[in-house]
Design a protein around this ligand. Structure first.
Ligand code: GLN
Length: 203
């Protein structure tokens, strides 16, 4: 018999959780909110939303999901992080708060608030060849930028010479928020990774 539909989670400690749930559901995924280790264990992939990375870090420790998330990332779970979520996926944070930790997994250095305080937020049309010819309408809100990419990390997009979308195997990260502008292709790519990983698992 076939396996049940892929089930993905959105880390729901803080941030723009609802927007991600809406996009994932629009793409036909079964979605649940993840706040506990048991909820994490039930999903095949995880979205880390935008918000405030230091707060999500702190709450992940309080809710005891940080180590389980790190273990699932190490075991190959597909993850998509936007903005604060990209910061959490990075192996190293530049300009983080002194006590702030990432989950890690993506072999990158990411700088918080890389676009400066004058330009708190902006929108841009980005070329993202991996997603096709149609440009991505990207919303940046106190956005980070990727400053170092490890050998296994692919750049997917840049703006003003700064890398703002990356991929490393099942890990995808964007410094901007496609979920607020009706852009579905990054989430579809994440769901494709989830299906691919499930396809390799024993029944
Ligand atoms: N600047 C925020 C942080 O450091 C990220 C902003 C966002 O997610 N829109 O976490």
């Amino acid at each position: 018999m076939g396996r049940p539909a892929a089930h993905v989670g959105v880390l729901a400690l803080q941030g723009d959780v609802r927007e991600h749930v809406a996009v994932l559901e629009a793409l036909g995924a079964a979605v649940s909110l993840v706040r506990t280790p048991a909820q994490l264990a039930a999903v095949d992939g995880l979205v880390l939303p935008g918000g405030e990375s230091s707060v999500i870090d702190k709450l992940s420790r309080a809710f005891q999901v940080r180590e389980p998330i790190r273990a699932r990332i190490a075991a190959g779970m597909p993850v998509y992080g936007t903005c604060a979520g990209l910061i959490l996926l990075a192996d190293r944070i530049l300009d983080g708060l002194p006590t702030q930790l990432p989950f890690g997994g993506l072999d990158i250095d990411v700088r918080r608030n890389a676009f400066g305080s004058q330009v708190d937020s902006f929108e841009a049309e980005l070329a993202v060849p991996a997603l096709g010819e149609e440009p991505v309408h990207a919303t940046f809100i106190r956005a980070p930028a990727v400053e170092r990419l490890g050998d296994d990390v692919d750049e997917l997009a840049s703006v003003d010479g700064r890398v703002v979308a990356v991929e490393q195997g099942p890990l995808l990260g964007t410094a901007f928020h496609p979920e607020v502008g009706g852009e579905l292709r990054f989430h579809r790519r994440f769901l494709d990774r989830v299906s691919a990983v499930r396809g390799r698992m024993p029944e």
